[in-house]
Design a protein around this ligand. Structure first.
Ligand SMILES: *[C@@H]1O[C@H](CO)[C@@H](O)[C@H](O)[C@H]1NC(C)=O
Ligand SMILES: *[C@@H]1O[C@H](CO)[C@@H](O)[C@H](O)[C@H]1NC(C)=O
Length: 283
């Protein structure tokens, strides 16, 4: 009896897709902010707030090696100039990997910027920035990061806005060996966030608050003792593990990039003069 339970337990750990729907108490630790980050509604909601003394943040208990991570965010309303709300994946150390969503606040009525970046082996400089096609402070919207060995895809309400392909064959590092945690923070970025730092944070509006709900991870949990919870045979149950952008997805990315992209490192004149990164060339 005991043995078969252990066997079943191991079987589950090794082969079953690990999916989590949100209970923030279960999935996250508050890591920063001295009471400014709050888990509410029995674990269904987190609010992060920031005032002049500090921002705040939380971090997943698990480390993951690949996954699709959905989070609903409602961003700081009103005058959010200078504030940066983040939702990202990151490993640790000098040669860390990181996959970022950063939401740059603005004066009331002026558009937020969604800033995206991909770090590999400690090196970023791969920014793409977008406006949104809705007001991200009015309602919750879903922001997703898909990360598998072939591709990294950023989604807004299931619309792909960016893909970073695995181009190791062209000499571009791709994050696939370092486990990452899911992290969210709210912090003061007045030196660059709003109109490049021209508009500062108005502290008379503090505290600033962003809300998070419905975290959903379909992911391979990593542990140093037992490795990844995904086996190479289980990809049938885990379409996200092999998913890449298809023709339809490519058309949607083109639509977003044509209508909403406001900065792309691949078309930055200064960068081009230094030589374009290989992933920016068309293959
Ligand atoms: C804020 O609004 C200004 C004016 O519309 C715009 O140029 C800028 O891109 C907006 N977003 C940020 C984060 O600066
Ligand atoms: C995958 O399945 C094949 C054939 O059933 C088996 O030989 C192999 O060991 C499996 N690999 C893993 C990682 O489970």
């Amino acid at each position: 009896m005991a043995i078969s339970n252990i066997v079943i337990g191991l079987f589950l750990i090794t082969f079953v897709v690990t999916t989590f729907s949100s209970n923030f108490y279960q999935d996250f630790d508050i890591t920063w902010g001295d009471g400014r980050a709050k888990i509410l509604n029995n674990g269904e909601l987190v609010t992060l707030s920031m005032d002049k003394a500090s921002g705040s943040g939380f971090c997943s208990k698990n480390e993951y090696l690949f996954g699709k991570f959905d989070m609903q965010l409602k961003l700081v309303p009103g005058n959010s100039a200078g504030t940066i709300t983040t939702y990202y994946l990151s490993s640790v150390g000098d040669t860390h990997d990181e996959i970022d969503f950063e939401f740059l606040g603005n004066l009331s009525g002026d558009p937020y910027i969604v800033h995206t970046n991909v770090y590999t082996q400690g090196k970023g400089n791969r920014e793409q920035q977008f406006y949104l096609w809705f007001d991200p402070t009015k309602d919750f919207h879903t922001y997703s990061l898909l990360w598998n060995p072939q591709s990294i895809i950023f989604y807004v309400d299931e619309t792909p806005i960016r893909e970073f392909k695995n181009l190791e064959s062209k000499g571009v590092h791709f994050p696939k060996n370092q486990a990452m945690r899911v992290i969210s923070t709210l912090w003061d970025g007045e030196n660059w966030a709003t109109r490049g730092g021209l508009v500062k944070t108005d502290w008379s509006q503090a505290p600033f608050t962003a809300s998070f709900s419905n975290y959903y991870a379909q992911a391979c949990v990593w542990s140093s003792s037992s490795g990844s919870s995904c086996s190479s045979n289980s990809s049938e149950n885990q379409p996200w593990l092999t998913q890449i952008i298809d023709a339809e997805g490519e058309a949607r990315i083109q639509w977003v990039q044509k209508n909403y992209m406001i900065y792309n490192y691949c078309t930055d004149i200064k960068r081009i003069q230094q030589g374009l990164p290989p992933e920016c060339l068309q293959y």
